[in-house]
Structure formats: C-alpha cells, structure tokens
Ligand binder design. Structure first.
Ligand code: NDP
Length: 455
C-alpha cells in the first residue's frame, strides 16, 4: 500500500499548476490538484485571455476610423459593452471546460476547495486531509492595493474585466503593464482615461525609448498622464469619485482603478508552520529547482515572484517535472524571456534594455521611428519605434524592442534569434520581407551616435 494518497498535490490550478500537474501525471505519477476558484487561474479567468479579448474589441474602434482613407464609408459605429462582456464570459466558460477536461484526461484528480498546507506531506481541503510525497504551491498572485484613504472605492483588474458599464471617465493609478493596457483599451472604447503614476514615466523596467515612445502615443490618443502624482485620498462624490493628489490637483471620475502591482498569494496557506520560508514580500523562497526550505514542498509561478508571466510559470512547471519526475535535474533558464504589453500601440521586448546593456560594456544602438505604411492612407497620427541594442565587443544583438502594431508577434520571432546568440552581421545578412514593419529589424544600418563617447 502506498505511503501517501498521491505522489504530488498541487495547490492552485492556474497556468503553472495545471501544466506541472498534467506533465507529472504523464510520467505515471498519481496527482491531485486543489483549486478554490476557477480552473485556469489568473491568466485564463482574470488576466491575459479576457484582457486580450477586450484589446481586440478596442482595435476595432481604430480600424473603423482608419477605414475611411481606404475608401470605406461606414455608418457611425456603435459599441455594446454588455455584449462584449457576455461573449467574453461565454468564452471563459468554454476555456474552463477545456482545462477541466485536460486534467481529467491526464488522470489528474481535481479537488475543489481551499487547500492549506498541514505539514510536509499533508494538505487540508475543506476539513479533509490529503497526503502526498510532494506538494507544489502554485497559488499565483493577487492585485495589491496600497493603504490610501478611500481605497475601498477602487476596483482592480479583477472587477474591470466584468464592469456592468464602461465608465465614461476612468482614473487609473499605476503605470505598469495592467495600467497602460487598460488605459489604451478603455480610451479606444470611448472612455476618457487619466493615469496617475508616481514616477516620471510609465513602464518602469522597460527601455527608456519604449517608455517615451508609448507615453507619447498614449497622450496623442487623449489619455492624460499625471506624472509624479501621489494619491492622497479617494472620495465619493454625488456623481462619481474624486481623486485628490498631492498639491491641489483633483481628478473627477466615474471609476478609480488601481493597477499597482500584484503580490504572491501565500497568506493563510500554512506555509511557514510547515517550514517553508517566505521573502519579506511574502513570496515563497525556492532554489534553482523550485524546492523550498521544506524539501518535500516546491513552488513556482507568480507565488515565487521572479517573473510574473504565464509562459514563465508554464516553463517553470516543465522544469520542475523534469527534475522531480523525469530524473533530469533542470533549472529554468531566464535569459531572453520576451514580453509584450498589449497597450495601444502594443510593445514587444526581449533582452536587455540599453541602460542594462551599457553596464556590461560599450554598446551600439540602432533606432528607427517611422509612420507605418497603413497610416499614410488612414491618416492616423501614429508612429512606430524599433530599437536594437548590440554588445559592441561581441557584436551580439542583446536587445530587441518595439512599440507599434504587431510588436508582440514580431518580437516573438526575434526572441529565437537572440536565444541563439545572433550577431548584428547575421541580422544584416537576413533578407527582409517587404513591405512589413518587421523588415526594419534586419535593415537598420546607421547606429546612433554613441552617448558614452559624446559624454
Ligand atoms: P507592475 O509591476 O507592472 O506595475 C505596477 C505599477 O504600480 C508601477 O507603475 C508602480 O510604480 C506602481 N505602484 C506600485 N506601488 C504603488 C503605490 N503604492 N502607489 C502608486 N503607484 C504604485 O504591476 P501590474 O499590476 O501592472 O501588473 C502585475 C504583473 O502582472 C506585471 O508586472 C506583469 O508581470 C504581469 N502582467 C503581464 C501582462 C503581459 O504580459 N502583457 C499584462 C498584465 C500583467 P513604479 O514604476 O514607480 O514602481
């Protein structure tokens, strides 16, 4: 008789947990997965997928406006937010069904309820104890709200995806991924959007030229960016809310939306009592193989707070399974993880930003700003920006950055080249596809004057 009920119990059926569980089951392991909410987790139910569906809706607003220059006369388009949200929810139900089926067909037992670690090999779910040789924590993250008077009036991305109406005036606090994505889509769908950022610019952690190019495009669309803005309080007013900033500035709006980062879901999980050490921000501390300070307990995805991206969690899940169930110790390689921001226009990025690359030695920078061909006829005042960062000594391309239509689709391909160590000469030797925006990355010949040498 087996010593434990299962070989693996996973807590959290999001992207990382589901992938790890079904891959472990494929090796013959007996696996259970515990979920307190919906199978699919943040990305599928409250993040990437519903957000992207709303981004598509927003793209249509721009397409209708662009069509005129191409000979189309379209009757004044009208937009039905409720229909969009209903259709989005139908799709999420379908996806949840698929995830449940995948687990079932993989032989993973789904246990609905809140799982709490009750020891190195035990998880309690709804008063019942389940045991396993190994426990995997993949409980993800949740929106973090700072302590501001009136914060109870604020919504987060969870609620923004299910609003009954599209607000007329939205104030978004934060300047990261979620803030700029929702600012773009809500403005395009007809809201009047203000964003309040405590820093001097949006998207900290991205290349400076990306930050500047995107901020400029967003402001052209009418999004108001309040820089170095600190919210003092949020007050309810007869017709909405009032955001009081430091200084005398006030922002009147119908919705206050906070997108000020996400914190790991570790509270009340029994982790510390089970000997699992957490960081000061509450993230589970793990080694290169996702093992915590309690050898039978592992963790991956947003809850370890390394890179909060779905494909990273999925890859961490595969590395964990290879190590623990495949006999192949496999650390996760975090080099050249590409990322996209589905703003309007979107951002695609892989590798080092210029400032980071300069810390390793001299760099060559190639940058192009141009009006996309489509907008010569559409008349839309939009510009794209593309940038290559090249390590001067090795001539390896170490950073590819783009703001502009299709940037995420384009940069995904270039991420392969960077992973393979491609040099600028190899980029130059690659024939472009004409006419595309992507060809710019293989036809940039003029480097920018060197800032270091100018200094
Ligand atoms: P981010 O970490 O991207 O951005 C947080 C923003 O909030 C920053 O602008 C930060 O300012 C600001 N901020 C933090 N604390 C405060 C505070 N107390 N008061 C005012 N402003 C504050 O978080 P998001 O919530 O946007 O997204 C969470 C994560 O989810 C992302 O980091 C990303 O990993 C993931 N994600 C990925 C997406 C994608 O792949 N397309 C889409 C959405 C989310 P400052 O810059 O000054 O620190």
């Amino acid at each position: 008789m087996a010593k434990f009920d299962f070989d693996l119990i996973t807590i959290g059926a999001g992207s990382g947990g589901v992938r790890a569980s079904r891959m472990a089951a494929k090796t013959g392991a007996r696996v259970a997965i515990v979920e307190q909410s919906r199978v699919g987790g943040t990305c599928v139910m409250r993040g990437c997928i519903p957000k992207k569906l709303l981004v598509y809706a927003a793209d249509f607003a721009q397409d209708f406006a662009d069509a005129k220059g191409f000979g189309w006369d379209v009757a004044e388009p009208t937009f039905d937010w409720k229909r969009l949200i209903a259709n989005k929810n139908t799709e999420l139900d379908r996806l949840e069904g698929i995830y449940q089926r995948i687990l079932r067909e993989s032989g993973v037992q789904l246990i609905i309820g809140r799982g709490v670690v009750a020891g190195p090999h035990a998880v309690e779910v709804a008063g019942k104890m389940v045991t396993a040789a190994k426990i995997l924590i993949s409980t993800g993250s949740r929106p973090h709200l700072p302590d501001v008077p009136g914060i109870e009036y604020a919504i987060t991305s969870n609620e923004a995806l299910d609003l009954a109406e599209l607000p007329k005036r939205v104030a978004i606090v934060g300047g990261g991924y979620i803030a700029v994505e929702f600012a773009g889509l809500m403005q395009a769908l007809g809201a009047s959007v203000s964003i309040v950022i405590r820093a001097g610019n949006i998207l900290r952690g991205f290349d400076e030229d990306i930050r500047n190019a995107l901020a400029e495009e967003m402001e052209k669309q009418g999004i108001k960016v309040h820089r170095e803005g600190v919210v003092r309080s949020i007050e309810k007013t007869p017709d909405g809310y009032s955001l009081r900033l430091h200084g005398a500035e006030m922002i009147e709006c119908d919705r206050v939306f906070y997108a000020t980062g996400r914190h790991p879901n570790t509270e009340g999980l029994g982790l510390e009592a089970a000997g699992v050490k957490l960081s000061e921000h509450g993230a589970v501390k793990v080694d290169d193989y996702f093992q915590t300070s309690q050898p039978s307990i592992f963790a991956l995805g947003d809850v370890i707070d390394r890179i909060q991206l779905t494909p990273v969690a999925i890859n961490e899940g595969m590395a964990f399974v290879a190590t623990q169930f495949g006999g192949r110790p496999t650390p996760m390689n975090y080099d050249f993880v590409p990322a996209a921001v589905f703003s309007h226009p979107p951002v695609g990025t892989v590798g080092l930003m210029e400032a980071e690359a300069r810390k390793n030695g001299p760099v060559d920078v190639y940058l192009s700003r141009f009006r996309p061909l489509k907008h010569t006829l559409s008349g839309r005042d939009a510009r794209s920006m593309m940038k290559l960062v090249v390590d001067r000594a090795s001539q390896r391309v170490v950073g590819v950055h783009m703001v502009g239509e299709d940037a995420p689709e384009i940069v995904q391909g270039f991420a392969v080249a960077l992973k393979c160590g491609a040099t600028k000469a190899q980029f130059d030797a690659t024939v472009g596809i004409h006419p595309t925006a992507a060809e710019e990355f293989v036809t940039m010949r003029e480097k920018l004057p060197d800032h270091d040498e100018d200094a």
